[in-house]
Design a protein around this ligand. Structure first.
Ligand SMILES: Nc1ncnc2c1ncn2[C@@H]1O[C@H](COP(=O)(O)OP(=O)(O)OP(=O)(O)O)[C@@H](O)[C@H]1O
Ligand SMILES: [Mg+2]
Length: 281
């Protein structure tokens, strides 16, 4: 059914990258739970970035599509004509209605592409404390992160930021889950912490890899703090009613855009390497 939505009626799209599709789950299953993944120099290595699905071929079609998305996101966060009226401008939350729609893939590749361009540093924060979290895939599940920052007032944000082998890209892991993470993420304190990180790193783009809106209270709780949110929609998979319910939960965020993901290359009416989904009525 065609989408009939009140926002950003020309969502950019990301085609399926066949090599990456489905591999992450298998790799996560094969990875030991305690994998430290951080070298003595405290850096996330290229192998872990690749495991998490970071595409490092600038000429690939997927990279080209991420550049289009990147331009839109950066224009909102840092451009003069930004429509962001509340929240912290440089914070963008990546979420979806349901699980598995590609939030972490989009978060990492959007972050990687922006960092690769060299104009902005990017801090990617994992705010999804699920067992197969992005932090785990990147090998930093045992490192201190956001949850530790919320628990320990003596901890400074600089102590949880981990550089990666990708120039300009840093990661803040989700941290240690003591079983109360849902409550912590929904708390005012977590909103304040994220807001503070955004203000402290005002010249960087802060990307939050969030859980799905319809399965977690986190996106709803963090929506007012974020200058913008990107709702990832898996092509041919997500019901319009679910998308609308997710948008409803993101109402407090001043700028929400859609990103159509996992589009089969044959489904696109391309002009060049990039194509829009027209706003069919
Ligand atoms: N455009 C794409 N091309 C190829 N593979 C993709 C694409 N988008 C996502 N994937 C793959 O689909 C799987 C699910 O993606 P991902 O983990 O990013 O979803 P998610 O929304 O973060 O899931 P969760 O809700 O569990 O956190 C992964 O194996 C990922 O590599
Ligand atoms: Mg994810």
């Amino acid at each position: 059914m065609p989408l009939d939505l009140p926002i950003d009626l020309q969502p950019p799209r990301v085609v399926v990258d066949d090599e990456a599709l489905g591999e992450t789950a298998a790799r996560v299953a094969a990875q030991p739970a305690s994998a430290p993944g951080v070298t003595e120099e405290r850096q996330i290595e290229p192998a872990h970035l690749a495991k998490a699905g970071l595409i490092r071929e600038p000429d690939s079609r997927v990279s080209e599509e991420f550049r289009i998305v990147q331009n839109r996101v950066l224009r909102q966060s840092f451009g003069d004509a930004s429509a962001i009226s509340s929240g912290v401008k440089n914070i963008v939350m990546i979420t979806s209605a349901l699980k598995g729609e590609g939030k972490s893939f989009v978060s990492l590749n959007l972050a990687g592409e922006i960092a690769r361009q060299g104009d902005r540093r990017v801090l990617l924060i994992d705010v999804d404390p699920k067992p197969n979290s992005l932090s785990r895939i990147l090998g930093v599940a045992s490192a201190r992160g956001l949850l530790d920052l919320a628990r320990d007032v003596r901890l400074d944000v600089t102590e949880i930021v981990i550089p990666t082998a990708a120039e300009g890209l840093d990661i803040a892991p989700v941290g240690q889950n003591d079983g109360r993470s849902g409550e912590v993420f929904a708390s005012r304190r977590m909103g304040q912490i994220i807001e503070e990180i955004g203000r402290r790193y005002a010249d960087r783009l802060i990307i939050l890899d969030a859980p799905p809106c319809l399965a977690s209270s986190t996106p709803h709780a963090l929506a007012p703090v974020c200058g913008q949110a990107v709702l990832v929609v898996a092509a041919n998979n997500t019901q319009q009613s679910d998308i609308e319910a997710a948008l409803d939960l993101l109402q407090a965020c001043p700028h929400v855009s859609l990103l159509l993901n996992k589009v089969a290359p044959w489904m696109t009416h391309s002009f060049g390497t990039y194509s829009y989904l027209a706003a069919e009525a």
